[in-house]
Design a protein around this ligand. Structure first.
Ligand SMILES: Cc1cc2nc3c(=O)[nH]c(=O)nc-3n(C[C@H](O)[C@H](O)[C@H](O)COP(=O)(O)O)c2cc1C
Length: 311
């Protein structure tokens, strides 16, 4: 069992993240992974990024949280999660015993929150964390750090002090200059950047019953195929500003999407919204990518990236 051509190493100085394949399940779309293990083959996932973890348990937002729009969805989950203590006690042993590769996605209201979670990740030998500074669905923290290069530099530096594993910072597309943010993150010692998180969006549905109009609306984070051109733009901008690896995401659902993200500068991928249509999309795309590489005599993923970037 294995797709050997897809082995991928993300590397920055002495920090290395080995991935079985470059395809990672995006945060928020696989819970803590234990919910999916009965019907999804995790062997072909590079890893799964967990639901965003905060210091304390969060119940998330009330009311409607998911709203389908053309080409994607809007979510306003509000970072519902079990909290880091329960994660370490209940979820981590399952992930470790089943050898499921994962990245811990973390979020907070204050720098202190992020530091404490990073410290706990270090103590528990968690191999990689993804610092979410880009969630548009919470009232405080998170995105406040993510849209200001000085704040982001300071936050990343503090997290780096606490955590010596592979440190990924996840950027928001809701900014006028993502290059500045990317540079700040690299300068502060992050090992990789993941991009993008959701875009701010508003979904409105108007019905008419012959007499009266009825409105339903949800404001939150837009994701799915409709954001792909924005995500590609952001990845290319980041690539022009930094040398560390980039994990690209935003609307990936097909093999050619992977090629487009490689062309823009991505070294690995995350897939989110497409899981709601096909929970096996990550392993399906890993198979498809492997098959393409075998049929077309690519030696490894590095060679594929190089050839695509020559185009
Ligand atoms: C329902 C849902 C929940 C999400 N929760 C998180 C989260 O907890 N932390 C995070 O960093 N990103 C979260 N995201 C953002 C995704 O990880 C991803 O960045 C975004 O959806 C773009 O990729 P996609 O178009 O493939 O979905 C969430 C997205 C969705 C759709």
């Amino acid at each position: 069992m294995g797709l050997d051509k897809l082995r991928t190493t993300l590397k920055n100085k002495e920090h290395i993240l080995e991935l079985k394949t470059p395809i990672i399940g995006a945060s928020g779309t696989y819970g803590y992974n234990d919910e999916f293990e009965d019907f999804v083959d995790f062997n072909y996932f590079g890893a799964i990024s967990t639901k965003g973890m905060t210091l304390e348990k969060r119940l998330g937002n009330d009311g409607e949280r998911i709203f389908e729009v053309q080409g994607g969805m809007i979510n306003r989950i509000g970072l519902e999660n079990v909290g880091i203590e329960a994660f370490v006690k209940e979820k981590l042993p399952v992930l470790k015993s089943k050898k499921i590769d994962f990245i811990l996605n973390i979020a907070g209201n204050t720098i202190e929150d992020y530091k404490q979670i990073a410290h706990i990740a270090q103590q528990n030998d968690i191999k990689a964390i993804e610092v979410n500074v880009s969630c548009p669905n919470v009232k405080t923290g998170c995105l406040e750090f993510g849209l200001n290069s000085e704040g982001l530099f300071g936050l990343t530096k503090e997290v780096r002090k606490e955590y010596d594993g592979f440190l990924i910072v996840k950027l928001s597309p809701n900014t006028s200059d993502i290059k500045l943010l990317a540079k700040a993150v690299e300068d502060a010692g992050a090992d990789a950047i993941s991009a993008v998180n959701t875009l701010r969006g508003l979904g409105i549905k108007i019905d008419f019953d012959g007499e009266k109009f009825y409105k339903k609306s949800v404001k939150g984070g837009l994701s799915g195929p409709c954001i792909k051109p924005v995500a590609l733009y952001m990845v290319e901008e980041i690539r022009s500003a930094v040398n560390i690896p980039i994990i690209g995401m935003g609307g990936i659902s097909k093999l050619v999407d992977l090629f487009e993200f490689i062309s823009a500068g991505a070294d690995a991928f995350q897939i989110g919204t497409a899981n709601f249509i096909n929970p096996s999309i990550c392993s399906d795309l890993a198979y498809e990518l492997d098959d393409f590489m075998v049929k077309n005599n690519f030696k490894d993923f590095e060679e594929l990236k190089r050839k695509i970037r020559e185009a």
